[in-house]
Every structure is written in C-alpha cells, then in structure tokens.
Design a protein around this ligand. Structure first.
Ligand code: NAD
Ligand code: MN
Length: 502
C-alpha cells in the first residue's frame, strides 16, 4: 500500500460520523445544538454529535413518510437484497465498527469483535432472507367466498434504543422493520450514538433509498418523547427501563400507535444439586459479567441449592476475582467500564442499599484500584449474599453485580425465581429431564435457558412478560409485530345469495 492510500485508509478507519441522518443526508441539528460523547474508559471526549430536537424529528418523520409508498411496494426480494448487502458491508467494516463500539460503550474489543459485530451482521442477514418469505395466508371460510390475509407494513416506525448494545440493537430493530416494508426513524441513546450513525453511512453506501431510514440522536425526554407522541408515527418500539416504557405507552395514546416494549429483567439463574458445577461456573460468570452486566437478560440472581452453596460460592468468587478488568481496546480485557459515569454511580449506590438490608458483599463493590482506570467508569465484579426480598434481589442493577440466594426445595427455587415483577430471561442447571421441562413450563419468563444462559439467535423470539414488557423481537414473531393483518373477502360465486335469501 502506498503512503497516500494508507493515509486515506487510516482516515476512514478513524472517521466518526457526528451528524443526524435524515432523508439520506448527514445534516446538523436545526438548532445547531451538539452534545459531547464520552469514552467511558477515561471520560475523554470522542466527538460532539448533533443533538436532534423536535424540528429534526419532524423532518425525519416527513422523510420516512415520503419514502414509505415506494419502499413498501418494492419487491420484497429487493428489500431483502439491500439488507444482505448491508450485512456484507458490516463484515467488510468489522474492525472499524468493533473499535468504534468499544470506544463509545466500553465493551471489551474481544466482545465487539466476536459478538456485537458478527451478531449485527447475522441479524441483518437473517431478515434479508426473511423479507420474501414472510407470507400471508388463505382462510378456509364458507363456500362461495375467498378470504385471504395480507400482511401489510404499518408505515413509519419510531425506534428508541438504549445504550447497552447500541450497534446490535440497531440491527434487532431496523432489520425486521425494513424487511416488512416499514420506514424507520431511530433515536439512539444520547450516550452511545456513534455506531448507529456508522451503520447509516453503510446503508447510504449500499443504496438504501433516501428517507427509508433516519437516525436522529437526541435526548430521551425531548426527541424520544416527541417521537413516541408523533401523529405520523404508526408504531413505536422501545428497549430500555420499565419506567420509560410506561412513559412511551402514555405518549403513544394520542394517535393510538402500536407499541412494542422490551424492558428490564432480573434474570434468575438456579443451580440444582445435580448440576455440572464446572459448566455452571463458566456459564454463570458469562451470564452476569459479560458486557459488565449491562444486559436486560443478565443472570443477576443466582439461586443455589443449599447442599452446594458453600462450595459453589467459594469457586465463583475465585473465578470472578480472576476476571481481567481493564481498557476495552486491550484484546486481553474481559470486562470494561460501565457505559457512563451516572450509571457507574447508580450501580455503586446499590452496594450501600445491599448493606443497609443486611446483604454481605463477598467480592467487589468498588472501583478497581489500578491508577490507569481511575478516570473511567469501572466497577469490580461484585457478588452479594442477600435475601430474595431485598431491593438488590428485586430491582434491576444493570451492572457486574450478582446476588446469591439459597434454597432447599424445587418449589422454593421456583417461588424465588418468579418472585419479582420482571419476567424476561431465566435459566437453571440440572441433569433431571423431567424437572427441566417442568420448570421450563412453570417459570414466568419470555425466555428459558437450560444448562446454558443468555443464548440469543435472530430466529428465536426475544421478549418478556410482566414488567419486562410485551411483544417479541426476532423470528417470525417480530414480522407480525411490524405488520398488520388485512382480511380480504371475495365473493367468488355468481350464485352466492345475499345475506338474507329472498
Ligand atoms: P432509559 O430507559 O432512560 O433510556 C433508554 C432510551 O430511552 C434512551 O434512548 C433514552 O434517550 C430514551 N428515553 C429516555 N427518556 C425517554 C422518554 N421520556 N421518552 C422517550 N424516550 C426516552 O434507560 P437509562 O436511564 O439509560 O438506564 C436506566 C436503567 O434502565 C438501567 O439502569 C437499566 O436498569 C435499565 N435499562 C434497561 C435496558 C434494557 O436493555 N432493557 C437498557 C438500558 C437501560
Ligand atoms: Mn459513550
């Protein structure tokens, strides 16, 4: 490579897109307002991004509305082909996207390389394939009539995305919406807008028509709220806290838009006396410490049989204390910083809450001592022995913070597992086949993992019950969420009498 070309490559590799993506163009906010985006490793500034206000949301919704007729009538296979091209483009830019995501969120680079980026590409590819395979149906009604079902896109879809998996959630939300023929206005979290803007660049490059996707980073209470209220938005989909989920429902009432909510969780992780302890240790560490515990499906409540709780706890504390916490860009790092200073403080506050209720901190509960991490949003892997009714066992901490409860009987384990307002993911470890299926049936949860934890796949429905929200992402289920059934009746028999024979 000659020097000019390598400089060009470096420039591209480090380029950060900071403007709003509206109608196929990168534009500043109408107000000219910007917001600093920080690197949680040291809280240094990565960029100033344009901050969308109501006027920008209006522009984005208009662009989406204008693009909708042509996009929704395009052959489904052609929409699918664009999604497949985008998946290829993501793979071609994998390293750049992985670095950008690590810088903005604090995810370790080995996670962004091996999980976030490949899963993002896989999700766009899955729904690229789905676009021309999601069918309507014909209903066997009374003689003389044909009744068929069209699955029509809903129109302009608003999508409000959180900061914990910003790149991956771009694909989870956009890919099925677009495959079904909707146009999108996405509001990324104000803390982590960079990877979704990078995806917008790739979408423009592979040839998505202008306005089909618009990306407008802005404050939740301003841009997010206004998008959820907007009369020209036909559906709003949200991932984030249960508290804001309720705000979204209220905001949606004006035009009765469709709502889909993927909210918090308090994942139970039950260890039975017959479990394979080596597998449990590895699986449970991944369940809570992957992504610093900032996952709605984190296994944040260990519920362990009394016969092995001491042996398990000792080994789990040892394993957790060996996790390498450090700079996300170091390929050896296993756990990075939390994504923002506010969130680090919120997680640390739960240490005091645990102590006040008699919880025992077995590991962590503070920022790591290394001087090199002192300016970042780091929290050590934290393990707390607590009672199932304590706040730390009921509320979503969303950090590298796991509680341990003890049980004697299966019924007791189930009661603890089902004993929160949430119901997103849950798992358990056992070699007893009947118990496995019995619990899978009885656990109140949208997803259940048996002798594993936190598995996801674009084909497998993802979502919760209770305070964890409603609706399902992924698979055929999400295609139903992003479409409406239209029932068409045809009188096919010239002799068919009217309703009353006369
Ligand atoms: P949040 O729910 O406030 O933010 C999520 C998204 O909603 C962001 O894009 C934000 O800008 C937007 N938003 C905020 N207020 C809004 C409003 N009134 N109308 C429309 N959109 C709005 O989450 P947070 O404050 O960043 O985190 C708080 C807690 O939420 C976390 O500690 C965790 O427990 C939970 N959380 C869950 C998930 C998840 O994946 N389910 C993701 C992020 C946070
Ligand atoms: Mn950031």
């Amino acid at each position: 490579m000659n020097t000019a070309r390598s400089a060009e490559f470096d420039d591209r590799a480090s380029r950060i897109q900071t403007q709003l993506f509206i109608g196929g163009r990168f534009v500043p906010a109408q107000s000219g307002e910007t917001l600093a985006v920080l690197n949680p490793h040291d809280n240094s500034k990565l960029a100033d991004i344009a901050l969308a206000g109501k006027a920008d949301i209006d522009r984005a919704v208009s662009a989406a509305k204008a693009a909708f007729p042509a996009w929704s009538r395009m052959a489904a296979a052609d929409r699918g082909r664009l999604l497949l091209k985008l998946a290829d483009a993501i793979e071609a830019n994998a390293e750049r996207l992985a670095r950008l995501e690590s810088l903005d969120t604090g995810h370790p680079i080995r996670d962004t390389r091996f999980l976030d980026v490949p899963r993002t590409a896989a999700t766009f590819r899955y729904f690229g394939g789905m676009a021309d395979k999601f069918e309507g149906s014909v209903i066997p009604v009374e003689q003389g009539f044909l009744n068929y079902l069209l699955r029509e896109p809903v129109g302009v879809v608003g999508q409000v995305v959180p900061w914990n998996f910003p790149l991956m959630f771009t694909s989870w939300k956009m890919a099925p919406a677009l495959a079904a023929g909707n146009c999108v206005v996405m509001k990324p979290a104000e803390l982590t807008p960079l990877s979704s803007l990078a995806i917008a660049e790739l979408m423009a490059e592979v040839g998505f028509p202008d306005g089909v996707v618009n990306i407008v980073p802005g404050l939740g209470g301003v841009a997010g709220q206004y998008l959820a209220e907007h009369p020209d938005v036909s559906k709003i989909t949200f991932t984030g806290s249960t508290k804001i989920g309720r705000e979204i429902v209220r905001a949606s009432a004006g035009n009765l838009k469709k709502v889909q909510l993927e909210l918090g969780g308090k994942g139970a992780n039950i260890v039975f006396e017959d479990a394979n302890l080596d597998a449990v240790l590895q699986g449970s560490a991944f369940a809570i410490f992957h992504n610093q515990g900032q996952a709605c499906i984190a296994g944040s409540r260990l519920i362990v049989h009394r016969s092995l709780v001491d042996a398990f706890t000792e080994r789990f504390v040892r394993l957790a204390s060996s996790i390498r916490v450090g700079d996300p860009l170091d390929p050896n790092t296993e756990m990075g910083p939390l994504t923002s200073p506010q969130h680090r403080d919120r997680v640390l506050a739960y240490i005091d809450i645990a102590r006040e209720e008699g919880g025992e901190i077995l590991l962590g509960g503070k920022p790591p001592a290394h001087a090199s991490l002192a300016n970042g949003c780091y929290v050590e892997p934290t393990i707390v022995r607590a009672k199932p009714t304590d706040r730390v066992c009921q509320e979503e901490v969303f950090g590298p913070f796991v509680t341990i409860n003890t049980f004697d009987t299966e019924a007791e384990a189930l009661a603890i597992a089902n004993g929160t307002e949430y119901g997103l993911g849950a798992g358990f470890w056992t070699r007893d086949l009947q118990r496995a299926h019995r619990l899978a049936r009885d656990i109140r949860s949208g997803m259940v993992w048996i002798n594993t934890y936190k598995r996801v796949n674009p084909g497998s429905p993802f979502g919760g019950v209770g305070a964890s929200g409603y609706g399902r992402e992924m698979g055929f289920d999400v295609m139903r969420e992003y479409t409406q059934a239209k029932s068409v009746w045809v009188n096919v028999d010239a002799q068919t009498p009217p309703w009353y024979p006369r």
